[in-house]
Design a protein around this ligand. Structure first.
Ligand SMILES: [Zn+2]
Length: 127
């Protein structure tokens, strides 16, 4: 467990775009060589890029950070996307006085929320 915090704090401190998937125990981040999204296994602190064959342990990433060559590319973060969708929805809702349109937005968002909930509970079941 301790290794998890070492890994997570490295990504935070280096301000690398990352997504921590609790279920998979993996940290997704952009490859320092080719920007492809790769993951680091928490258990071993190993990572490997299928696209450019670069990889190694967390130590290899620390070496990249020491030479200032970590990627600044953003990785897809589902938690952030979920937050953004809810903000966008609120903005849409407040952008109109049309009650009919508002109720259609609500209907739509309800479907989105149900889908999110479905995938969230699916994650819980398989973890
Ligand atoms: Zn790569």
């Amino acid at each position: 467990m301790k290794l998890k915090y070492v890994c997570l704090s490295f990504f935070k401190e280096q301000k690398i775009s990352f997504f921590y998937n609790k279920k998979e125990e993996r940290i997704y981040f952009p490859c320092p060589i080719c920007d492809e999204t790769v993951f680091l296994e928490i258990e071993s602190a190993n990572w490997f890029c299928q696209a450019c064959d670069e990889g190694g342990t967390l130590k290899v990433l620390i070496n990249f950070s020491n030479t200032g060559s970590l990627s600044t590319k953003k990785v897809y973060n589902p938690t952030k996307e979920k937050r953004d969708i809810r903000i966008l929805y609120k903005n849409l809702l407040s952008s109109t006085q049309d009650e009919k349109l508002k109720s259609r937005f609500e209907y739509f968002m309800n479907k989105v929320e149900n889908l999110i909930e479905y995938f969230d509970s699916e994650d819980k079941m398989t973890s």
